[in-house]
Write a protein that binds this ligand. Sequence first.
Ligand SMILES: [Fe+2]
Length: 199
Amino acid sequence: MYTEPTFAERLRRCPAAARPFHELVGAAGRAAGGPHRDHLDRIARALAQAPELWRPIARHDPVARWYAHLLHTDALEVWLIGWEIGQDIQLHDHGRSSGAVAVCDGVLDEQHTRLDRTGPLRARRHDRTTTFSFGPSYVHDLGNTGPAPATSVHVYAPPLTHMNFYEHTGAGVRPIRSVPVTGPDPGVPRRVTGDLVAP
Ligand SMILES: [Fe+2]
């Protein structure tokens, strides 16, 4: 019977590609005061640049964004997200967590602001050359406007406890709802409670 490959299996089967990832995750875990944004950025980039680790796992679901929870430690967590054309996520923050995102494949469009910023959302486009990081006050929306499916790696520290969703009023952002992030469930990708969304 065919079973989908797991990230742990990919790490075991590809030791040369896994070594830099393990070393960076270890260094982030030992950092005084917790991982810095630079740590998250390097982990996201290292994983995105090792397609043998993520490509056999990645999926793209035309019905809803696909995602897998790859790693969870006391210090950080790592997600892999597959975006079909047209899929996006509402404006959100990441609770008290900082994060980093690396695009592995395709292109993602982002609109972003900060909790304390007034005025219009800012826009930028990310491709395979892009890694970006952010702190807890960062609010953004990511989406795939095409022309091909996209895949991205997301690293958060400390691990997510909740996400807040917002609407943009023109003058700034207004909170709509807060969603707890539960888990991790052993062997099961984590899901945001009550909703098919992921960071
Ligand atoms: Fe996000």
